[in-house]
Design a protein around this ligand. Structure first.
Ligand code: ATP
Length: 323
């Protein structure tokens, strides 16, 4: 293996730059030529492929987003599109590709590496932490910290006005951002898709809280929760508890941006390093994960969206600590 390439694909996540940096510098350390591909698979198809040096990745470990940009690419779903991508990689004699993205990107990489003689390694870059084969994904920790910072600020105003806030956090079909940020900010209730929550019970509790003069109430709702998101939860609470001053806040895209946390920088650096190692050792077409603090390989076709178990004890803890 002499020439490798790296790309970021799907939704962006803080820490992707740290992963790109690690791939580039580990490759150069092993005397490989490293290429960057702009805009994910779209750049493969459009031949937006350029050589990278050590200094191409200087001063990016602390930056959110991705210097390689990211995109979704319809043509890559088709064989003809992937063939064109292959031909472009061949023009640069690329013999291995590191794909930083989500499960969709790994699906694409899996198909591509089965059809053509270029192995791929996946790195899980998503704030949602919903991929099988790893305990953490690049971007999750930063997103949770961003959510915590925002919720702490909301708590101040909730406290000043004795208000109830229903706060929606990201995570798509997964509730880990809600669970972690809710516990860390002392939310009274956490609503997430992995566990059915009866709104009736929450309403009754809120009415009891009112009797015991609990002044600040925070409810954290994952965007994928089946009660319909914060707007709907807020609407029902306002209707059923008209005495409470209830407000809704949807945190939105701030959770995807910002400087990556220390944990994400370290995770991304470790995974990027391991990706190049794997390519050199002939461990191909796997996603690099970290399980129980050890590097773990999962075949790309098994690196799918997955819900990790959530210990029910957490909900008991939330309830006890917020009482
Ligand atoms: P995120 O989790 O942030 O959405 P993702 O990697 O899952 O990231 P997708 O939009 O699902 O994001 O996939 C990114 C790109 O990967 C697609 O635009 C497409 O080019 C390619 N891709 C996804 N699924 C497939 C597939 N089944 N076959 C071929 N290519 C695919």
């Amino acid at each position: 293996m002499k020439n490798i390439a790296v790309l970021t694909s799907g939704g962006d996540a803080p820490g992707m730059n740290a992963a790109v940096r690690a791939v580039v510098r580990t490759g150069i350390y092993h005397q490989l030529n490293v290429f960057g591909i702009m805009y994910g698979y779209r750049g493969m198809l459009k031949n937006e492929i350029f050589p990278m040096e050590s200094k191409s990745v200087a001063n990016i470990i602390q930056r959110g987003g991705t210097i390689l940009k990211t995109a979704r690419c319809k043509e890559f779903y088709e064989y003809e599109g992937r063939k064109l991508a292959y031909e472009n990689l061949k023009k640069h004699n690329i013999d291995g590709v590191v794909v930083i993205g989500g499960d969709g990107s790994f699906n694409g990489a899996q198909k591509f590496s089965q059809e053509f003689d270029i192995p791929c390694i996946g790195l899980p870059g998503t704030i949602d932490k919903d991929i099988a084969g790893t305990d953490y994904t690049i971007g999750f920790d930063t997103a949770v910290n961003t959510a915590i910072e925002a919720i702490d600020k909301i708590r101040d105003t909730a406290d000043a006005h004795d208000r109830l806030f229903v706060i929606e956090v990201m995570g798509r079909d997964a509730g880990y951002i809600a669970l972690h940020s809710g516990i860390a900010t002392g939310a009274e209730h956490i609503l997430m898709p992995e566990r059915k929550t009866e709104l009736n019970e929450i309403v009754e509790e809120l009415q009891a809280n009112e009797r015991r003069k609990k002044l600040v109430n925070l409810i954290v709702v994952a965007e994928g929760d089946e009660n319909g998101g914060a707007n709907e939860v807020g609407r029902i609470i306002k209707e059923r508890c008209p005495q409470l001053d209830t407000r809704v806040c949807i945190l939105g895209h701030i959770q995807r941006g910002g400087a990556p946390s220390c944990t994400d920088r370290i995770l991304a650096s470790r995974m990027g390093y391991a990706a190049v190692d794997a390519l050199l050792e002939g461990i191909h077409n796997v996603m690099i994960g970290v399980v129980n603090d050890k590097i773990h390989y999962t075949p790309l076709d098994k690196a799918v969206k997955a819900k990790q178990e959530i210990d029910p004890e957490w909900f008991k803890i939330v309830k006890i600590l917020a009482s």
